[in-house]
Ligand binder design. Sequence first.
Ligand code: AMP
Ligand code: MG
Length: 416
Amino acid sequence: MTNLCNSKTQNLLPIEQANAKIRNQLQAITGNEKLSLNTALGRTLQKSVLARYNYPFNDVSSMDGYALNTQGINPIQPFQLTCCGTSWAGKPYPKTLSPNQCIRIFTGAVLPQGADSIIIQELVSVQETTITFPANPTLYDNIRFSGEDYKKGDLLLPVHKKLTAVDLSFLASAGIYEVSVYRQVNIAFFSTGDELTTVGQPLGSGKVFDSNRHALNGLLDDPCYNCTDLGRYADHYELLKKTLQDAANQYDVLITTGGASVGDADFIKDIMNEIGQIDFWKIAMKPGKPLAFGHINSTLFFGLPGNPVSVIATFQQIVEPALKQLAGLSPTKRLQLKAQCLTALKKTPGRKDFQRGILKQNDNGDLTVISSGQQGSHILSSISAANCYIILEAQCHSLPAGQWVTVEPFSCFIAE
Ligand code: AMP
Ligand code: MG
């Protein structure tokens, strides 16, 4: 049995605890704005939305057919009624239907006063204005009743909901054209490292292209955030300190990558101790052990590791839930499923692994997963090829092929 209390795994903070520590220190930002539906997609409701009307607004027809007043009719025999007008969608029949009268009616058209049933057109025969109805038709049918969906004053959407395209359609249908949403969270990020070259510039000796800023730029693409890429900075104490101080005056959140370990060129911890407060954690997750979380005045700070796959994983697992909380969203969790893993997986006990995998589903709906390749925290090719994480709990050892594992899809679409 492996001893989990060896020096490598000692003092590691389980990811769930890291998230809880952050969550307990945060609350949604203050400040809201009113937006028209056209600009509100993806934003977070800062107030619940209540119905201004009953919906449907009126009793309306759900089919093309005939609306009848069936009082006095004995429907065990076929029966005939005179058609005395039409109710069109948007152009109602203005009079009350008396017993033994019917009108032509179309889908979405208002049911006139006195009508109690709608019989679909396929069941009737028409001779000029005389309509013959079959015996025993279903009465009181094909009517959408006013308020059957919701009534005036009912809750339509709760506070803290992220507005989807469906929600916007729903609100528009309810006559609501403006919503109160949380203001955007102002987020800035930058990369640190003497070795970094901005992509597009010539690669100097011993240098690497700065990929982390491009990861963050994409990962932060959300209408709830207003993001600024502050560029890349050398490992220079005074320069980094000034950059962090200046940025803290302008943004709600700062995210850096690199320089958050304890190497000679890793200054983030010392700078943050000088200008703010910082917790420096070794998270029990792989990839992504070192992570700094703190404040400069009221600005939140996340210091992510330098390795590109660690940046992506720690952002998704730790930073993103915090940003959502700040943006006013109700808590969500990532969908996890069970899949049979068709490849053997290497794992050292001690940290929770987020291995990169390729999830497939056959025509029966069965899920299988394979490793997407090399699992180093510098290997972007295998996370690019992946469509899910294979999550292995901290205490788990290497697994032979054929085991059932937990997977966390990157999105709801997978290749056919
Ligand atoms: P550090 O955390 O600064 O020690 O960096 C760990 C590893 O990640 C080193 O190999 C760095 O070169 C690499 N790295 C750091 N920042 C970036 C970046 N922005 N883009 C690509 N690789 C990086
Ligand atoms: Mg570095």
